[in-house]
Design a protein around this ligand. Structure first.
Ligand code: PEP
Ligand code: MN
Length: 263
């Protein structure tokens, strides 16, 4: 169903009054994790003012260590909705468990499936039974063919609103957190009609590299970006090193606007 040969027109996914996969580059921004009411509302206001149109924020965090901050869970979803009430921004947040679908249906606009769950086929099938868009991240050791098959798991259940996300893969290189696979963008656009977005934050792992990777992604044809922004990166509970300050996000948006129409 994701195959471009069988479905040549590109899929455009409507979220609020935004179109993902249309002529404009959609910018999703926000913290890795929701940490407090003040934090999420302040970040939402800021990224919205700078031109981001969708608010990201993790409530359930799939951390490498069980002793790391695991997210505010249901309280995090509630705080995201307070930020949505303040700014009008639709919300994308990661779902890690099919048992949470009902709760997420009430509180997010886009389900995020994280890299670690790209092949959690039971979870994919369950979100496939809903009618909410799904942002599907590429697993860090998965091929494009495997990513597209995971999209099929969602689409085969009836939900065809899948957004593919390249977020960097494991390679022999250790300088960056992951290796951004720029070729994934034209390749996925050739193979499928689904929107393709890029997460430069998890690819780079460091704030200063997010801007050049964002520019490269847009130049290569990405339909959107998902960028981590924090009010106080040095004290972030998760992924501070790769989170942009408000100033860095503003500058990144300024540069992006020189090469694309961002919304
Ligand atoms: C995230 O978006 O914060 C995240 C955990 O991303 P990924 O699943 O790509 O590691
Ligand atoms: Mn993160």
């Amino acid at each position: 169903k994701a195959n471009k040969k069988l479905h040549p027109e590109n899929t455009v996914i409507k979220v609020g009054n935004m179109e993902i996969g249309g002529p404009n580059v959609v910018v999703m921004a926000g913290p890795c994790s929701v940490e407090s009411r003040e934090q999420i509302i302040d970040i939402a206001r800021n990224v919205n003012d700078e031109g981001a149109s969708i608010l990201r924020g993790g409530a359930w965090k799939p951390r490498t260590s069980p002793y790391s901050f695991q997210g505010l869970k249901a309280d995090g979803l509630e705080l995201l909705n307070l930020a949505k009430d303040e700014t009008g921004m639709p919300i994308v947040s990661e779902i890690t468990n099919a048992a949470h679908i009902e709760m997420f249906l009430d509180s997010v606009d886009i389900f995020q499936i994280g890299a670690r769950n790209m092949q959690n086929f039971e979870l994919l099938k369950e979100v496939g039974k809903t009618n909410k868009p799904v942002l599907l991240k590429r697993g860090f050791s998965n091929t494009l063919e495997e990513l597209l098959m995971s999209a099929e798991y969602i689409m085969s259940e009836g939900n065809e609103d899948v957004i593919l996300c390249e977020r960097g893969i494991r390679s022999f290189e250790t300088y960056t957190r992951n290796t951004l696979d720029i070729s994934a963008i034209p390749a996925l656009k050739k193979l499928s009609h689904l929107p393709v977005i890029v997460d430069p934050s998890h690819a780079a792992g460091m704030n200063w590299m997010v801007e050049p990777l964002s520019m490269a992604a847009v130049a290569a044809g990405a339909d959107g970006l998902i960028i981590e922004v924090h009010n106080d990166p040095a004290n972030a509970l998760c992924d501070g090193a790769q989170s942009l300050t408000y100033g860095e996000f503003k500058e990144t948006m300024r540069k992006l606007k020189m090469i694309a129409n961002t919304v």
